[in-house]
Design a protein around this ligand. Structure first.
Ligand code: FES
Length: 153
């Protein structure tokens, strides 16, 4: 992916018209993560059925425009996936689906990824199961420093 300096049409669309904003009552899993540097917070709700398929996903955020757009896309991507496949909704996958993000906004996409992981973790704890590759959530995503960076960053 080449370096992106502006918001793509898809980012603008998901920012102006975010999908899946809100809460799920009695959600199967809820995860909240924050980024201490910018102070933004993301909460993700997942509804997971008995076949362990994500039937619905909603989010609420005190986040910037890029956080809103990436969470909107992330919820769209995660719906209909098995809990294992939900792990493939990484910040890289979300950014690619949005045709990229400016480098300074890449960290925002990690809020969505980590909030999904935190909600899956909550679900796994309740169900007493292990999801391959899933790690316990961290309070501040900057602690991980493992997220995908755009080339040239
Ligand atoms: Fe904090 Fe975008 S600046 S999530």
């Amino acid at each position: 992916m080449s370096q992106v300096t502006e918001y793509s049409d898809k980012v603008m669309d998901h920012f102006s018209n975010p999908r899946n904003v809100g809460e799920i009552e009695n959600a199967s899993g809820v995860g909240t993560v924050g980024n201490a540097k910018c102070g933004d917070i993301m909460r993700m709700y997942l509804d997971i059925d008995d076949d362990r398929i994500v039937r619905d996903a909603k989010f609420k955020t005190f986040g910037c425009g890029a956080a809103i757009a990436t969470s909107s896309m992330a919820t769209e991507l995660v719906k209909g996936k098995s809990i294992e496949d939900a792990m493939t909704v990484t910040n890289k996958a979300v950014m690619e689906a949005l045709d990229g993000l400016p480098p300074v906004k890449v960290h925002c996409s990690l809020l969505a990824e980590q909030a999904i992981h935190a909600a899956l973790w909550d679900y796994a704890q309740k169900e007493n199961i292990v999801i391959d590759g899933l790690k316990p959530p961290v309070n501040d995503i900057e602690e991980t420093e493992e997220y995908y960076q755009m080339p040239g960053e």
